[in-house]
Design a protein around this ligand. Sequence first.
Ligand SMILES: Nc1ncnc2c1ncn2[C@@H]1O[C@H](COP(=O)(O)OP(=O)(O)OP(=O)(O)O)[C@@H](O)[C@H]1O
Ligand code: SF4
Ligand SMILES: [Mg+2]
Length: 335
Amino acid sequence: MAEQTAGTAKLLDVRNVTRSFHVGGLINGTKMIAVNDVSFSLEAGKPEIFTIAGESGSGKTTLSRMLLRDLEPSGGEVLFEGRDVTTIRRRKEFAAFMKKVQPVFQNPFETFNPLRRVEEYLFDTALNFGVASDRKSAAQAVDKSLHLVGLSLEELSRRYPHELSGGQIQRISVARSLISNPSLILADEPVSMVDASLRMAIVNLFKKLRDEQGVSVIYITHDLATAYYISDRIAIMLRGYVVEMGPVEAVLGRPLHPYTQLLKESVPTPIPVDKEAWAQRIGLSTQEVKEYNQIGCKFAGRCPQAMDICRSADPPDITSDGRTVKCYLYKEVQS
Ligand SMILES: Nc1ncnc2c1ncn2[C@@H]1O[C@H](COP(=O)(O)OP(=O)(O)OP(=O)(O)O)[C@@H](O)[C@H]1O
Ligand code: SF4
Ligand SMILES: [Mg+2]
């Protein structure tokens, strides 16, 4: 069991998690560290939206897969409610874990079998998780979840996935994730395949779930606009590392890390106070990065403030006012 002191019980505790992959051929191949020494935690009983943002290939999905127990860390631990998730081996224990930790995926059309009516999939979820013991009580559970996302069982009745819009089907996949009454939802790019005009409606659902259902959400995205709008805290990933993490207003409003600053500078005007206006303006670069294995700071090649020391070893994690920044420009303030 994890060490837990009164009042600081953790829902999720990610401790120095690392994951490496062997890439390339058996002879010429090399090891790349896709997630490197990542730590953060979510408190139990304090629902929040925690965003993980970063460029394509920065390690977001790899991290998320380890949180869902879909991939084993090469190092470090993921504790859910105090238990190391890699020790969950029996089917019954895994089902109990999945009831509490639910994924929402990027492509809602892949979540549903195109040949089955959507409602059947939702009924199966309710019955398989033991939320309902018969079709009548399953219908109640399904209808309740659909209402949370602004839909109803009656509206979906007899419909196949292709008869629904992308926005509708993504709301249904959020409803599906709610059937088991989870305490944590992991949403990996849930709006990237949804029409821009409908994105806010979907991400607003996460706020509603946090406030009205007490569900914590880990929201993974390229899109700083929606992240700024809905998050409580944000972690910025760069080539496997979390380079800055803290309250979203601080990290995106007054970024300390040169990489986060670069992201902010890519916005044409100063950060609007109005979050809706911000939402329309900022976007992350999606350029592919190939320097995972360079020694020292992974941003040194692009950083206008790079120093010799930056290329010698990993920068330290400096923490102040609930924010952590991984950069040689900052020093721990001694109290
Ligand atoms: N199974 C795997 N085998 C080898 N390399 C992998 C594997 N899974 C991920 N990677 C590599 O790890 C790095 C991080 O990938 P990951 O999918 O976690 O990034 P991401 O931040 O989710 O990117 P995107 O925004 O494009 O979804 C990439 O370079 C990717 O090619
Ligand atoms: S550690 Fe050095 S290279 Fe990296 S962001 Fe900070 S100043 Fe730039
Ligand atoms: Mg991904």
